[in-house]
Design a protein around this ligand. Structure first.
Ligand code: XIL
Length: 362
């Protein structure tokens, strides 16, 4: 009796001694987290909490910052499990001169993602914005434009074949009233350009998940009704559309959209994956404690909707730090829109995201 007791005590003591010797950060590692930097395994990160919650947490990544800002780079690797190039895969970036591709910046991010166990959301193939001048300023015939678009999609998706998780195939196709946006593509190719784009993307990489993506499409409104009708039609025609992307650019001076969960659910019911793809919550500057708290709620509310919807697979912020956010450059007098401040210090929004993920991961 006593001997057995003593023996057990020795084992327990040895275990305690081992535990005391182990570094405080040692935790069971997951396959995804053991690749690349060891900091990725830290338990108190967004990515660890997201993994337990069963979704991916992402950020848009600025190529200049990733290359030149070491603390920024460390946070991208440590906190996120999926990344989106903020600009590097857009048409004007990859083909500034007709027929001459420059994949350098995009490849850098794809390589970074691979070495950090992250997936990549490819952004974006067909859009009305950030197209090269050679494309928008010349007078191509509709037949030429169709061939140019087909080539673009086959070449870009082909270049990254096997390395992209989600592609934002068509970005911002609708107006707020639910009519199709008047773009070079609609004008020249007609509404069928959307189905064509998905078919070409699927042809070039059958494994990639193919998304529609837009803004002001969180709740139920004429724009999202139009998306719903479009997706139904595309699925009936066996067009390979897999996902509905919700950018999630919110602003404190407007009310947060209602019906977000209900809207995601109706796309979920059509068999689509859903994702928040570009979340930020801007405010009229200067920031103060109340606005910063309200912002945290905005971030968390969208995340909670994702967690409530079965096939909502990822939640990406459009830049994680105010240091590089696109907001001040585009929205006069507004900013402070991301979960980290300009000194790369986490704000209440960061903790709201992590706490919300933690609840789901229990
Ligand atoms: C923005 C980038 O953040 C900026 O750096 C760039 O100057 C303009 O585009 N919707 C989208 C994104 O789909 O591609 C946009 O990104 C923001 C709005």
């Amino acid at each position: 009796m006593r001997r057995r007791h003593t023996g057990l005590g020795a084992v327990a003591l040895a275990t305690l001694a081992l535990a005391a010797a182990a570094p405080a950060t040692a935790t069971p590692k997951t396959p995804a987290d053991t690749r690349g930097s060891t900091v990725a395994a830290r338990p108190d990160t967004l990515r660890a909490a997201a993994q337990r919650a069963g979704i991916r947490i992402g950020t848009a990544v600025d190529d200049t910052a990733l290359t030149g800002d070491q603390p920024y780079r460390q946070i991208v690797g440590r906190e996120f499990s999926t990344v989106t190039p903020e600009n590097a895969m857009k048409w004007e970036a990859v083909e500034p001169t007709r027929g001459t591709y420059d994949w350098a910046a995009a490849d850098r991010l794809v390589d970074f993602a691979r070495s950090h166990g992250q997936t990549v959301r490819g952004h974006t193939l067909v859009w009305h914005s950030q197209n090269p001048a050679w494309l928008t300023e010349a007078a191509f015939t509709p037949a030429q434009l169709r061939e140019i678009l087909r080539r673009h999609i086959l070449d870009e998706v082909g270049h990254f074949k096997g390395r992209i998780w989600h592609w934002d195939v068509v970005n911002e196709a609708f107006n707020e009233d639910g009519t199709l946006r008047d773009t070079i593509w609609l004008r020249n190719l007609g509404p069928g350009y959307i189905a064509d784009a998905f078919r070409w993307a699927h042809q070039a990489d059958p494994e990639a998940q193919l998304f529609l993506n837009d803004y002001n499409n969180e709740g139920i409104n004429p724009k999202t009704d139009a998306y719903y009708a479009l997706v139904k039609r595309l699925r009936a025609e066996h067009v390979p559309v897999d996902g509905y992307g919700v950018q999630g650019h919110l602003a404190l001076q407007y009310d947060f959209p209602a019906d977000v969960t209900a809207n995601l659910r109706r796309f979920d019911a059509l068999g689509l994956q859903t994702a928040f793809t570009e979340v930020d919550v801007r405010m009229i500057l200067p920031a103060d404690a109340v606005k910063t708290q309200a912002q945290a709620q905005g971030f968390a509310t969208l995340l909670r909707s994702c967690l409530l919807v079965r096939r909502c697979v990822s939640y990406t912020v459009w830049g994680f730090t105010d240091k590089y956010s696109w907001v001040p450059g585009v929205f006069d007098g507004q900013g402070a829109a991301t979960p980290y401040d300009e000194a790369l210090t986490p704000k209440p929004a960061y903790f709201a995201l992590r706490d919300t993920l933690a609840v789901a991961g229990r």
